[in-house]
Write a protein that binds this ligand. Structure first.
Ligand code: SF4
Length: 467
């Protein structure tokens, strides 16, 4: 499930150009009298649709001309030179996601409560966000213009939800006709132009598992290394998914899938030199089997899809225990070009001043974390506790940390021990301090018995390594 860092202006008509949100003091842009809310419409005569276009068209250019629409309606033509590599000092509005035209049977939107906030219903299908943030697209409705743009602007890698290479199965899963579901030519064209692809399979028992999965993984691996990796993640059903075509993922199904896919992974390591097909962490945890070793994951190509996150955490944790520094969890998927707008709203966060507190996490990860934290307590003399937070908002088999809501936290507040609580940072929207159910972070803090710190895994590691 993805939630948008932006509140999409789906009802707002898009005007050409990209809107400036900030102009740095003392910058070239300030000298040029560019102001927030000015819209840059053209760069060197070429139209600009968003900040990716802006970056592409200004990259490496020292002689520039901008056509700018000012807020008073005037159009200004600005010509100027800059030093090579000189930053212009501009920040821009975020990209408004393009939405999909599919009807996937497992779509996360169908798993939302009807009163969930609107941004949870954004069905993005946007190759720009795929490049910038690693969001998956299905390529079913990609336009010729977008295809050309990927190639021309080198928007690589792209993250593609394949689900099945068997056309009938893919069409069934996506709820579209076979013609639309067939992306073989589009994929071939991207690969021919050396665009790297990371693929995803959302595994639905009885639909795209077994022989269909094997065919999918073999077909995709035949394009390695251009198709770099494939994540196989289990379908997650909330209590609102009542589509009879979907079957919940059981422990036995997970064990069987591990057994089947391990066979292929061995084969791929032998034939292409990479594990290539990576199973989501949930599959190992639910199946009650060990998470594979560090070597299995290579450079963690799908860590943002919950693939290898636990292994990476465990290894970082060991380092934090042994050397005082365990910080190596990297966000491998967010592209550098995406950093600028996100950083505009990144909240500052401190660390708890004491070592007697509670770390809250999802039910899935809690046993693993709890076992490590107990060991940590014994070695370091700390008194930290892990508290599993049941997900009552989505219900069903949703047990991952990232989908815990404000009310879920409040439901367990009486079980907090110590004088602080840590919650997973990604349960708070990245561009404004609210949780998935719309509760503000301040509201949550005001109802909690102790101060709350929101930390990502690196933050937690840093905290642990300081004691
Ligand atoms: S591609 Fe499918 S899962 Fe993704 S948003 Fe569209 S309908 Fe939902």
């Amino acid at each position: 499930m993805y939630e948008f860092a932006v509140t999409p202006a789906v009802t707002q008509l898009r005007r050409p150009g990209v809107i400036i949100t900030e102009v740095a003091a003392g910058s070239v842009a300030e000298e040029l009298e560019l102001r927030p809310n000015d819209r840059i419409v053209r760069v060197n005569g070429r139209p600009v649709r968003d900040y990716l276009d802006f970056r592409f068209q200004t990259a490496g250019e020292t002689e520039l001309s901008f056509q700018v629409k000012k807020t008073n309606g005037e159009t200004h033509e600005i010509e100027f030179d800059r030093e090579e590599g000189e930053d212009l000092g501009l920040m821009f509005e975020q990209i408004v996601p393009r939405q999909c035209a599919n009807e996937c049977i497992f779509c996360f939107c169908k798993g939302n409560p009807s009163d969930a906030r609107p941004s949870l219903f954004v069905r993005d299908e946007d190759i720009r966000l795929s490049f910038l943030y690693g969001n998956y697209t299905t390529l079913t409705s990609i336009t010729e213009d977008e295809m050309r743009r990927i190639v021309e602007q080198r928007l690589s890698p792209q993250y593609v939800s394949v689900h099945a290479t068997d056309l009938k199965t893919r069409a069934y899963l996506l709820g579209v006709d076979e013609k639309r579901a067939d992306i073989s030519e589009k994929l071939a064209r991207l690969l021919d132009h050396d665009i790297e692809i990371h693929a995803q399979v959302v595994l639905c028992p009885g639909i795209n598992d077994g022989a269909i999965l094997e065919k999918t993984l073999r077909d995709l691996a035949s394009h390695y290394p251009k198709i770099v990796s494939t994540a196989v993640v289990p379908v997650a059903l909330t209590r609102y998914n009542n589509d009879e075509r979907l079957t919940p993922v059981t422990a036995e199904f997970c064990r069987h899938t591990i057994y089947e896919v391990e066979r292929l992974q061995k084969e791929f390591r032998r034939t292409v030199g990479s594990t290539f097909a990576f199973l989501g962490d949930e599959i190992y945890i639910k199946g009650g089997l060990d998470i594979p070793s560090r070597r299995h994951y290579g450079n963690y190509p799908q860590i943002e899809d919950g693939v290898g996150m636990v292994r990476s955490f465990l290894n970082s944790f060991e380092r934090a225990l042994n050397s005082g520094s365990g910080q190596d969890l990297k966000n491998t998927r967010i592209h550098m070009d995406a950093m600028q707008p996100r950083s505009q709203t990144a909240p500052a966060n401190g660390h708890p001043p004491t070592t007697h507190g509670t770390i809250l996490t999802g039910e899935m990860f809690a046993p693993t974390l709890s076992e490590r934290i107990s060991r940590y307590n014994r070695l370091r003399g700390t008194d930290l506790h892990v508290l599993a937070v049941p997900n009552t908002y989505f219900g069903g088999d949703v047990a991952v940390a990232g989908l815990i809501t404000g009310q879920d936290y409040l439901n367990v507040k009486d079980r907090i021990v110590g004088n602080f609580a840590v919650i997973p940072k990604h349960t708070i929207k990245s561009d404004e301090p609210i949780l998935l159910d719309g509760m503000s972070f301040d509201q949550l803090k005001s109802q909690f018995p102790v101060p709350i710190y929101d930390m990502d895994v690196n933050g937690l590691m840093e905290f642990l390594s300081r004691h």
